[in-house]
Design a binder for this molecule. Sequence first.
Ligand code: ZN
Length: 226
Amino acid sequence: MDIGNTFVVKKLCPICEQMTRVVKTRSRIMVISRDEDACIHYKDFNPYYYTVWVCEHCGFAGDETTFTTKIPDRHLTILRAVLLTKNIKIPFTEERTLGDASTAFRLALKFVELIHGKASKMAKYAHQLAWVYREAGDTVQENEFLAKAVQCYETALAKEHFPIGELTDNAVVYLVAAIYCRLGERQKATSYLSRLISDKSVREREPRIFDKARDLWGDIRAARKK
Ligand SMILES: [Zn+2]
């Protein structure tokens, strides 16, 4: 892995309030291909390894937004009660291995669970961890985290207000379909896809999602005929 794709910055940990080193990735990395569930494959580098920052002092883990957005006091109380007493030591490393990346994502998932945080955030972590396993060729763990991601996306669709960042609810419906398709659950995939394809407003307002949904629908139909 080329170290030239990353650089180290210092950030304040919201939990222990010490400065910790974290790794950021450069934005210009060559894209090789994109999977239908939005996983991007890059040349000789996997930026998903670095999505989750981990505090080298207390072990708090979360994405950049989590570290840089104010955490509500009631959540800080819960997280500090766990982290400041447990003495989790995760050594800082600029170049992460598969194991390091997996640990970072699993910790981040645990902390969202602990505060009963947003399903959309859990979905993002689980989905990206599945992509990390996909690239490593570990289908068993990939599918385990795809299943977790799809379940969290469905909860998010039912409970959260969209758009979340740039993610619209239709984009999530598409992702859910794409993940079910990957997991071999074609019936569930097509039922989500039909929600998009039969909705005229999707075709008009989000033509890119409409086209992707129609393409995936076509792929599933073609696979069924084989
Ligand atoms: Zn910390």
